[in-house]
Write a protein that binds this ligand. Structure first.
Ligand code: HEC
Length: 289
């Protein structure tokens, strides 16, 4: 009796599954999913070569310094870097007095409390401080940026697929939406007349939903002046700032790779030793057989 009951319950669930599968399959065939504008017109990041690519790659300190300069002079007006402290810049090759000066001259000041009155105040950052945030809070950040909050960039290259290439592509990828075609030659506004970029947003096919609230941050060659003689084209600045943001997200990349390599070499030697020990231990037994 119990067995029949269990069988019926099982049959009920199996039947239910089968029916919902058939209903879903019927709907899929009769009303196939509509192509979306993101699906048809989104672009994957461009290919870009970096010194830190591949298992033996290393950061190029001069490039990181240039990228830091772009961050400082352009991006830091809107974006925070809350996991990076001024003293971390030592890894980019700055010495202590230089780091002190960079912190002291930072345009955004560190929030503090006046020790006499207890009132909120600000002071010059010191090397031990993290980079101060450009906006007091998210409400202020959204109010200044067409309702979008500029995200913290410390870990951005880890948060997006092909992070370094993505940031480079995003910064250099703004387009005129009018007349924009995809690789198949379809024109966006003809295929999706409703997908016009809303007022206050900016069209960029490298951004997941094609329109973002950030205006193109790098618009002219020479927007920053590099000290090392590199020509500051928009392309170069975008490449450098993406390298800098790769470092902020993974400052220990070189150590990690070195440790990985040492581990592989160690394991290879250990495997060889184990094999030789095995041969040695069983040598006579095999002869006997
Ligand atoms: C005027 C303010 C402003 C400046 C300057 C600015 N950004 Fe932004 N940024 C924004 C805003 C606002 C967003 C959020 C956009 C959105 O979600 O629609 C954003 C988003 C981003 C994103 C995230 C995109 C994503 O996939 O979510 C990255 C990366 C970025 N900015 C990089 C930079 C870099 C690099 C610079 C300097 C070269 C820079 N930004 C300068 C305002 C700014």
């Amino acid at each position: 009796m119990v067995r029949i009951g269990a069988f019926l319950v099982g049959l009920f669930f199996a039947g239910w599954l089968l029916i919902s599968f058939l209903v879903g399959a019927y709907a899929f065939v009769t009303e196939p999913p509509q192509p979306t504008v993101e699906h048809e017109f989104h672009l994957n990041p461009k290919h870009v070569a970096y010194s830190f690519d591949g298992p033996f790659g290393k950061y190029d300190q001069r490039q990181l310094q240039r990228g830091f300069q772009v961050f400082k002079e352009v991006c830091s007006a809107c974006h925070s870097l809350k996991f990076v402290a001024f003293r971390d810049l030592a890894a980019l090759g700055y010495n202590e007095p230089e780091i002190k000066a960079i912190a002291k001259q930072w345009a955004i000041k560190t929030p503090d409390v006046d020790p006499k009155t207890g009132e909120m105040s600000t002071r010059d950052p010191v090397p031990a401080d993290y980079f101060p945030k450009p906006f007091a809070n998210n409400v202020a950040a959204a109010a200044a940026n067409n309702n979008a909050i500029p995200p913290d960039l410390s870990l951005m290259t880890k948060a997006r697929h092909h992070g370094s290439a993505y940031i480079y592509s995003l910064i250099t990828g703004y387009r005129d939406q009018q007349g924009y075609k995809n690789a198949k030659g379809e024109e966006l506004l003809k295929a999706f007349p409703d997908a016009k970029t809303p007022e206050g947003l900016h069209f960029n096919p490298y951004f997941a939903n094609l329109n973002l609230a950030m205006a193109p941050p790098l618009t002219a060659d020479g927007q920053v002046t590099y000290g090392d003689g590199t020509k500051p084209t928009v392309d170069q600045m975008a490449k450098d700032v993406a390298a800098f943001l790769t470092w902020t997200a993974e400052p220990k990349l070189e150590n990690r790779r070195r440790a990985g390599l040492a581990t592989i070499i160690f394991l290879l030697i250990a495997t060889g030793l184990a094999y030789m020990a095995y041969q040695n231990i069983w040598a006579d037994k095999k002869k006997a057989a």
